[in-house]
Design a protein around this ligand. Structure first.
Ligand SMILES: C[S@@+](CC[C@H](N)C(=O)[O-])C[C@H]1O[C@@H](n2cnc3c(N)ncnc32)[C@H](O)[C@@H]1O
Length: 247
């Protein structure tokens, strides 16, 4: 993963937990557990581990996973410290809403990261492939390998690092490997809406990728009838995760 532009280190590593993923991405658990799921970027989240623990199938992808368990633990530990620092600074700036929730927020992220780190070490020791070192916009998976790709907190969050072409290439790559792609949030780290969303959606539509916005999440699929970037991408499977399955 060396030599990537921009370097992945410029992107914060976070550890949102399984319940946060479900709520943010509007996922219905029974449908989720039937699907083949890609979490990209997985970061230090326990989402995929929890999917597997509950009987589902999930793989995480992130450039972070090029590291050994010790290297990843050090990077995640440092990121958690910085994240706590930012939360405390927000509290000091007068974010009264934080005061009640801050200890719980910190504890949830810490628990999620610890579960991830234990699972990452287990996977590496077993020579497994639950955590794949990969960086958008190029993923090492065959066309249609997944029913659902969840993309939390990377696209749109770093508009200063990743330009419009990068975003379009990333979504095209994600719909190549997954029948349905859900990207959340549609805002930057400053909380402001991604300013080029309309332009991006038009560019994707022009290459056969249909998008809809549902409750702050961008849902993307290759259109069946239109010529897409990859003609071999699996068609969306009704009922796997989309349509009426979201909550
Ligand atoms: C804010 S974290 C999100 C982690 C997790 N999804 C969550 O919501 O807590 C962003 C992650 O993106 C990863 N990343 C950076 N560049 C990337 C790229 N080009 N492709 C995929 N992931 C990347 C970072 O290593 C980091 O773990």
């Amino acid at each position: 993963m060396r030599g990537l532009d921009p370097p992945p280190e410029q992107v914060v590593i976070t550890s949102r937990d399984y319940d946060e993923y479900l709520a943010a991405l509007g996922l219905d658990e029974p449908a989720l557990l039937r699907a083949r799921v890609l979490d990209c970027p997985g970061g230090a989240s326990d989402f995929a581990r929890t999917v597997r623990e509950r009987g589902g199938r999930a793989v995480s992808a992130d450039p972070l996973y090029a590291g050994t368990p010790d290297e990843v633990a050090a990077a995640v530990g440092a990121a958690l410290e910085r994240g706590l620092g930012r939360a405390v600074a927000a509290l000091r700036r007068g974010g009264a809403g934080w005061s009640a929730g801050l200890p719980e927020y910190v504890e949830r992220r810490r628990r999620s990261a610890l579960r991830f780190l234990a699972d990452y070490a287990r996977d590496r020791a077993a020579g497994g492939s639950d955590y794949v070192a990969a960086a958008l916009p190029a993923l090492p998976f065959p066309d249609g390998a997944f029913d659902l790709a969840v993309v939390p907190n990377l696209l749109f969050a770093y508009a200063d690092l990743f330009d419009l072409d990068w975003h379009a290439a990333a979504v095209r790559e994600l719909v190549r490997v997954a029948a349905e792609v859900r990207v959340h949030p549609l805002t930057g780290v400053d909380g402001l809406p991604y300013p080029r969303l309309g332009e991006l959606r038009r560019a994707l539509a022009a290459t056969g990728v249909g998008t809809t916005v549902r409750a702050g999440t961008l849902v993307c699929r290759v259109r069946r009838s239109a010529p897409g970037p990859s003609t071999t991408a699996a068609p969306p499977r009704s009922g796997a995760t989309g349509g009426g399955a979201g909550r």
